[in-house]
Design a protein around this ligand. Structure first.
Ligand SMILES: [Zn+2]
Length: 269
């Protein structure tokens, strides 16, 4: 179960641990070579990391079925030259509810995609790991999966250092009052009615959207899942958070399109 290849030249084998245990959530995976799979993991001990599961696609593999998407696993890992290698995997929580319903599955994809694009590799962030597992747990049963993902998104932005400013104007620092304020994903928060019009990246934001965002920012999951939002408000809150995440990652998030397609297909039935 340990990597028994010789250490790279010039490196004393005693200077690095060759194998380690990790508690992880599987964020992403893709086939590699004939029977291997690359997995993107978020671990409690080392943050996000990419690893290879060798031979996992063979039916005889002891890893087969233990590295499914969104599962929480206990892993034995070996150091590899480029990628670390998963040598053992044991499921701790399969979050089965996420796979039994397409809406929940698509939201779980979004949660995993955000963790993947918003975090750095090999940066220890146990709070992100705890947030991820709590979010997957809540998504299994939540009446409105969107709220769980909204909550997760605003907390994750906070944990990775992009906490949006929602109570005071980003430019003049004055406290925001109810009314027509503005919002700039580019600057990372809200602007007062005096500063908003002069900022090219800002658009109007309603008091209700700001109120919900503030509530999500300060509440835990239980307080979040009790919220009931109108369809229009829920969409606007989701759009605002997505803009913030996309601004920070400078990439187009793919899962929200999947969620929208599923929702539209649903309403046509
Ligand atoms: Zn201002």
């Amino acid at each position: 179960m340990i990597d028994d290849r010789p250490a790279a030249s010039g490196q004393r084998s005693s200077s690095r641990l060759r194998s380690y245990r990790a508690e992880a959530v599987v964020l992403k995976r893709h086939d590699f070579g004939e029977a291997d799979r690359i997995v993107v993991l978020f671990t409690r001990q080392r943050g996000k990391l990419r690893a290879v599961a060798k031979g996992v696609r063979r039916t005889t593999s002891r890893l087969a079925g233990h590295l499914e998407l969104f599962t929480r696993v206990e892993l034995q890992m070996a150091r590899g030259r480029e990628l670390d290698i998963v040598t053992q995997a044991e499921i701790r929580d399969s979050f089965r509810g996420l796979r039994e319903d397409l809406t929940r599955t698509s939201h779980a994809y979004f949660v995993a995609e955000l963790a993947d694009v918003l975090t750095e590799e090999q940066a220890e962030q146990p709070e992100v790991f705890d947030l991820l597992t709590a979010t997957f747990g809540a998504l299994e049963t939540a009446l409105d999966p969107r709220l769980v993902v909204d909550h997760y998104q605003i907390k994750l932005l906070d944990l990775v250092g992009f906490r949006p400013s929602l109570s005071t104007c980003l430019l003049c620092r004055e406290e925001l009052r109810p009314g027509m304020n503005a919002f700039s994903p580019f600057l990372g928060g809200a602007l007062c009615p005096r500063c908003g019009p002069g900022e090219a990246s800002a658009r109007p934001i309603s008091s209700d959207v700001l109120k919900v965002l503030r509530h999500l920012q300060r509440s835990g999951l239980p307080g979040t899942v009790r919220l009931r939002l109108s369809e229009a408000l829920a969409r606007e809150v989701g759009r605002t958070l997505r803009e913030l995440s996309e601004r920070h990652t400078e990439c187009h998030l793919r899962s929200p399109d999947l969620i929208a397609r599923l929702r539209d297909a649903d309403t046509r039935l």
